[in-house]
Each structure stands twice: as structure tokens, then as C-alpha cells.
Write a protein that binds this ligand. Structure first.
Ligand code: SAH
Length: 254
């Protein structure tokens, strides 16, 4: 999914910012950088230094004359804007952008372009109107404009979070079987017997003790192996209680 995301910078005037963008991209696992009519030489000592080891992205960047060329093959074009514009356009938050990505970028040919404007004047209305949607990073309204590389960082991070969410393994890893209902019930019965034997639990005055222990245990979704450890502890406890023992402990053939 991250391979299908292109960062497009229009009219950048500071090589250091291009380096900073390359670093932000490489940190987040993005690699496709396009520069539209840069107003500076992209590869300079400044850009290499700000890239901190990601300058290969600057060297590999495609330099084109127009936005159209940079996004021609993209199926979704999103413009990043620090200001609201006179003509309202579909607006999304950085988080919403991330949430949309798995679906938007599912197909082989799908491509997303995130378009960023000039340091001094941002994106023109004509450029913004070539985008499917605009994304605004919520900032202090009195000081809303982020540094170009910082803006790329925030959106690249949301892309990465969305990608990571898709990589997550399901909660219950296969391999360690969870305790069954029956095993849990045997455990609760054993626990209750032992708690009575050691004088911790008085069935005549239960005060919801067993219900609370049940809730606690069930919330933890214990594995069979974990439950066996707990039962082992109970069995050892039983052995040390006068009048209790292994024979009693296993009287139900558990
Ligand atoms: N002074 C310009 C902003 C330049 S910042 C202006 O007023 O428009 C350079 C680029 O970073 C912007 O064009 C935009 O693409 C991006 N950017 C900066 N702050 C942003 C924000 N809060 N939300 C979305 N994009 C932002």
C-alpha cells in the first residue's frame, strides 16, 4: 500500500525542505517523490544534510513541469492546504485520509498523490481544483501553516498508521489455544473449593466474590496453558490445607 503513495511538491524554493521531506518519507516507508517545477536545485549540501541519509529519495525524485504530469496515473489526488478556500471543496482530516486508504489503494493500478504547495504561497486555487479532496492538518487557527516537511511528516504518518493497522495479526494468535468454557468452569469450581478451604471465601456471605473473580478471569481470555498454571497453584495450595489434598482435588475427575 505504501508503494502506491506519491508525495508531490509544487514549486519548492528551499532545498533543505526537499531533504526534510525525503527524510519524513523514508521514516514512514514512502519512496515515491515528484517535484513539480522546483524553484531551487533539489540536490544541494542543504538538502543532503536535512535528508539525514534519505537523500537517495531526492536523487530518485521525478522532476516535471506541471502538476498534471506528476499525477497523471493517480486514481486519487489529495491536496494539502493550510487555509480554507473561497470555493468549498470536499475536505478530509488526516485521519479520514488514512482510514480511506486500504480501500482506495486496494487495486494494482491504484495510486494516491498527496500534493503540497509552495513555502510562501501554498497551492493555487487552480491546483487545488485538480484534487479530488483537500486535507487540512488541524492546527492553531492563528498559526496554521506548518513547515513543508512537517506537513508531509504528519500525512505520511497517518498513511503508515493505516498501513500498520492492516498488518495487525488477529488478537488470538493461533497456536496457543484459549481455555474452553468447560475448562473455565472446572477452574472456577476448583478456585471456589480452595478459597473456602483456606478460609478466604464464606459461601454463607459470598459478597459476589466468585462473580468478581469470574468477571476478572473471563476478561483476560486465558489460554488453556495459563489456566493449567492457575490450577497447579490451587492444587499446591490444597496440599497445604489440613484435610484437603490431591484425592479431593480431583474427585470430579477433572
Ligand atoms: N504560506 C502557505 C503555506 C505554505 S506551507 C499558505 O498560506 O498557504 C507549505 C505547504 O505545506 C502547504 O502548501 C500545504 O501543502 C502544506 N501545509 C502546511 N500547513 C498545513 C496544514 N495545516 N494542513 C495541510 N497542509 C499544510
Amino acid at each position: 500500500m505504501l508503494d502506491r503513495i506519491r508525495i508531490v511538491l509544487i514549486g519548492t524554493s528551499h532545498p533543505g525542505n526537499i531533504g526534510g521531506v525525503a527524510r519524513a518519507m523514508h521514516n514512514m516507508g514512502l519512496a515515491d517523490l515528484a517535484l513539480v517545477a522546483p524553484r531551487c536545485v533539489p540536490v544541494t549540501a542543504d538538502s543532503v544534510s536535512r535528508a539525514s541519509g534519505a537523500d537517495h529519495l531526492v536523487n530518485a525524485a521525478r522532476v516535471v513541469e506541471t502538476l498534471e504530469e506528476a499525477v497523471a496515473d493517480c486514481t486519487l489526488v489529495v491536496g494539502a492546504s493550510a487555509r480554507s478556500r473561497t470555493l468549498p471543496w470536499p475536505m478530509i482530516t488526516p485521519r479520514e485520509l488514512g482510514v480511506r486508504l486500504p480501500k482506495e489503494l486496494a487495486g494494482e493500478a491504484a495510486r494516491l498523490a498527496l500534493v503540497f504547495g509552495r513555502e510562501d504561497s501554498g497551492l493555487t486555487n487552480a491546483e487545488l481544483q485538480r484534487c479530488h479532496a483537500h486535507v487540512h492538518i488541524p492546527t492553531n487557527p492563528d498559526f496554521s501553516s506548518l513547515n513543508l516537511a512537517a506537513a508531509v511528516q504528519v500525512l505520511a504518518y497517518e498513511c503508515r498508521l493505516a498501513w500498520l493497522a492492516g498488518q495487525e495479526t488477529p488478537d488470538e494468535e493461533p497456536g496457543q489455544p484459549l481455555a474452553t468454557h468447560e475448562e473455565l468452569e472446572h477452574y472456577f469450581a476448583h478456585l471456589e473449593r480452595t478459597l473456602i478451604a483456606i478460609g478466604f471465601h464464606d459461601p454463607a456471605m459470598p459478597r459476589q466474590l466468585m462473580a468478581r473473580l469470574r468477571r476478572f478471569t473471563l476478561r483476560a481470555r486465558p489460554e488453556r496453558m495459563e489456566l493449567n498454571i492457575l490450577r497447579g497453584i490451587l492444587s499446591e495450595t490444597d496440599k497445604r490445607v489440613p484435610g484437603q489434598g490431591d484425592d479431593k482435588d480431583h474427585r470430579h475427575g477433572e
